[in-house]
Design a protein. Sequence first.
Length: 138
Amino acid sequence: MNAVRPFTNALELLRSAKLRPTRQRLALARLLFEKGDRHVTAEQLHDEALTAAVPVSLATVYNTLHQFVDAGLLRAVVVDTARSYFDTNIADHHHFFFEESGKLMDIAGDRIEVTNLPVPPEGTIRRVDVIIRVGEKT
């Protein structure tokens, strides 16, 4: 469970992020956040919504997920150009990515030390995301 969020329900979560609590946002927030920390694709969340009888298009799911990322409720984890996950754990951490199954697994942020980072061309480094790709045994 995500201990850093003291929110008891989806309505409170959306209001704290200054997002209007539409019916679809509320339903998607419940599906996302009431199951503890997890990684989902837009397609997975869309399937969960349809199974839960939430009438929502895939485009709306994508838009809502990106709104949640912009509001700081989710982190986007891009594993390749064709695949993105949305992570309900917004604390500093990294990931194992199992290439065959497509599964992501959290690695605590303090388990990896990144040193000798180059000076960025402009601005400051906000965060370093490490994705360790794992080939599963066949």
